[in-house]
Ligand binder design. Structure first.
Ligand code: GAL
Length: 403
């Protein structure tokens, strides 16, 4: 009863807001808000642009992205919007400025506007219970996009294999330092992601699990002693937060000339802060191995310049393709399991996983997981330019294809 009342109240509030804004009352489905940010680049096409099945009415999909302040979400929002529109759906796209409250409101408004399906990249995986319960009560399916939502009304999860992202970072460091053969010891530090993001511990544990045996044997040393996730986490993945902590660590543990060999960063926004600190404040003459994730344009520049060593690239164009085909299946009342992959014709790998992700203890969320890849200065053009994700700009650095 409570949930229903809340939903009706929210619907009334939202409709009056829309009416004030001249949105046209109840027939405003698909009045897409701004997608902003960079234009989508090329990518694998796995979906036919067929008319959505149904009784003639165009269906509306709500796409809730976390923020425009981090490059990748602009790409995700643009790809999703473009692909759903090309397939004949109406879309509503929102970015919520990394504020959970705002994302709750944005999703509530989408429900009020009568969306048929929600795609949500959560700012706080634990912060959406009210709207998730409302969506469940209204029978609206929810695809948790990239980040799991810790609510049992998450119908499906589409992401990359998050633990593997971390193992790729850890393995890169292991190989670059030749930990199995070199005498060592080597000094290393860690920077992880946002504790509110369910992905962040997966990335961190993936990397740490690869490197832990060498820490245990003494071949790797962490001079700061900071290895617990909470000690190395970065609120909202912010570059400035990562920069501050890196400066403190360098000042406290390396200003006496201690050599820094590697710094594992879970993604590119944190890598950006750590790289800046190392460039400015680290006195040693060696190249510090620094990892990342996402292939953000500014980080690709740093990689080309030798300031960052690698990034784990996740083809978000393909993540959008999987999301579209999954959404179509759900909205058409078709089976959405491993058979979706075999029938898809996708030209990239994706696994159907019913074990790895739980929304609440014991409640597994069926997941479609794509495969991340390592990008370095040496393979950047092969991995990113050849498939059409980026192009080489006039200055020799990579830039977004249509940006
Ligand atoms: C994660 C996402 C990463 C990275 C990070 C910061 O959830 O999987 O690709 O973008 O958020 O936005």
């Amino acid at each position: 009863m409570k949930k229903t009342l809340a939903l009706i109240l929210a619907a009334c509030m939202s409709l009056s807001l829309v009416a004030c804004g001249g949105g046209g009352g109840s027939d405003n489905k698909g009045s897409a808000s701004s997608t902003g940010g960079s234009q989508p680049a090329g990518g694998s096409q796995g979906s036919s642009a067929s008319e959505p099945a149904g009784n003639g009415e165009t269906k509306t999909v709500g796409i809730a992205m976390p923020t425009q302040s981090l490059e990748r979400w602009n790409r995700d929002g643009a790809y999703l919007d473009e692909q759903f529109k090309a397939a004949g759906y109406n879309t509503i796209v929102t970015y919520s400025d990394n504020k959970n409250e705002q994302q709750v409101n944005d999703i509530q408004n989408m429900l009020s506007q009568g969306v048929d399906l929600l795609i949500i990249a959560a700012i706080d995986g634990n912060g959406l219970n009210t709207v998730m319960n409302d969506a469940g009560a209204a029978g609206i399916p929810v695809i948790a996009y990239d980040r799991l939502i810790m609510n049992d009304n998450s119908s499906y999860y589409v992401s990359f294999d998050n633990y593997t992202v971390g193992t790729l970072q850890g393995t890169y460091v292991k190989d670059a330092l030749d930990l199995d053969n070199a005498a060592g010891p080597f000094n290393i530090e860690f920077t992880a992601g946002d504790p509110a993001d369910n992905n962040a511990p997966f990335f961190y544990n993936g990397a740490f699990d690869v490197l832990k045996p060498y820490i245990d044997s003494g071949k790797l040393v962490v001079p700061s002693g900071q290895t617990a996730f909470d000690a190395v986490a970065t609120d909202q993945w912010q570059t400035d937060v990562a920069l501050d902590r890196a400066q403190n660590v360098l000042a406290s543990f390396y200003s006496d000339g201690t050599k820094l060999d590697a710094w594992v960063c879970s993604n590119d926004s944190t890598s950006m802060g750590v790289t800046q600190a190392v460039v400015q404040d680290y006195a040693g003459g060696n190249t510090v191995i620094i990892t990342g994730q996402d292939g953000d344009v500014a980080n690709l520049r740093n990689i080309k310049d030798g300031k960052q060593s690698m990034t784990v690239y996740k083809a978000v164009a393909n993540e959008a393709v999987v999301t579209l085909d999954l959404a179509k299946a759900i909205l058409d009342g078709k089976t959405a399991d491993a058979s979706l992959i075999s029938a898809s014709g996708w030209d990239f790998d994706c696994a159907f996983d019913t074990e790895s992700y739980e929304t609440t203890p014991g409640n597994k969320c069926p997941s479609f997981l794509l495969v991340p890849d390592v990008v370095t200065a040496d393979n950047m053009e092969e991995k990113l330019v050849t498939p059409g994700y980026y192009k080489v700009g006039a200055d020799g650095y990579l830039e977004a294809t249509n940006g």
